[in-house]
Write a protein that binds this ligand. Structure first.
Ligand SMILES: Nc1ncnc2c1ncn2[C@@H]1O[C@H](COP(=O)(O)OP(=O)(O)OP(=O)(O)O)[C@@H](O)[C@H]1O
Ligand SMILES: [Mg+2]
Length: 251
């Protein structure tokens, strides 16, 4: 699995215009191969902007990002992104949404069916294969989104507050499911969240960003053992990390 390096990255929207807005300022980060990384920071500090640039949706105004040494430019199936807003196609059933990527690549009918079965099950939507997105709850649509990105089997998984809109129980279940899937594949994950507990529960490393323009304020190594269990959320170590992160955020 690949390593991502963010090297002196600065981004200014509308650079050179009167409306110029510097959103990210001199970001330097290494996301190690196969690691689970979280990014936290107050609203507007540039988390989604950073993730979208890692996906290759647009280029930074200064600095660069590399994936195993190659400069990231444009989107690529190797880098899958779950967006902050769900991006399910309303005109496709759950199964067709999930097999969208493989179908684009020309996967045959049998392979598509195999992928649909595997990933609907993995994201907990077995039995809903033929439903339309409008028949699903918000949390279920989010699962379709995640299944669709997983079905592409990317090496890098970029997730932008994927569970932000879910209730606490569904969220915890999805976190555990995500870790189970990650344990099997060891993709390099970069996961943006507002939820400190979520970051601690999931990640090896948590990047804390300052308010806009986003800078790296702190990197927290999470030493909780794996596999992570829900009981760990109540341990002293967990709570201490949470307090430390909370104090470091701009409020
Ligand atoms: N395409 C754009 N053009 C101009 N400004 C933008 C654009 N996209 C984002 N911004 C601005 O950049 C800043 C950072 O936005 P971004 O979406 O990266 O924040 P964020 O950290 O993800 O916030 P949140 O936690 O609320 O999702 C905001 O001030 C936003 O208004
Ligand atoms: Mg965002």
């Amino acid at each position: 699995m690949p390593e991502i390096i963010v090297d002196h990255l600065t981004h200014t929207f509308g650079k050179g215009t009167p409306d110029a807005l510097t959103v990210l300022d001199d970001i330097n980060l290494t996301f190690e191969s196969g690691s689970f990384n979280a990014i936290v920071g107050t609203s507007g500090c540039g988390k989604s902007t950073l993730l979208k640039m890692m996906a290759g949706l647009f280029d930074p105004s200064d600095g660069r990002m590399t994936l195993d040494g190659d400069v990231i430019r444009g989107t690529d199936r190797r880098r899958g992104m779950v967006f902050q807003q769900d991006a399910v196609f309303p005109w496709m059933t759950v199964a067709k949404n999930i097999s969208y990527g493989p179908r684009l690549r020309g996967a045959g009918r049998a392979e598509q069916r195999e992928i649909e079965a595997k990933w609907t099950e993995m994201v907990g939507l077995k039995g809903f294969e033929d439903r339309w997105p409008r028949e699903l709850s918000g949390g279920m649509r989010k699962r379709v989104d995640i299944g669709r990105v997983y079905a592409n089997d990317p090496d890098v998984l970029l997730m932008d507050e994927p569970f932000g809109a879910l209730d606490a129980q569904t969220k915890e279940r999805m976190q555990s499911d995500l870790l189970a899937a990650w344990a099997q594949s060891r993709k390099t994950v970069v996961f943006v969240t507002h939820d400190l507990e979520e970051a601690i529960f999931l990640a090896d490393r948590i990047v804390v960003m300052s308010a806009r323009p986003g800078r790296i304020r702190h990197i927290e190594q999470v030493s909780l053992p794996r596999p992570r269990t829900d009981e760990m959320r109540l341990t002293d170590e967990f709570i201490q990390v949470k307090r430390r992160l909370w104090e470091m955020l701009d409020h």
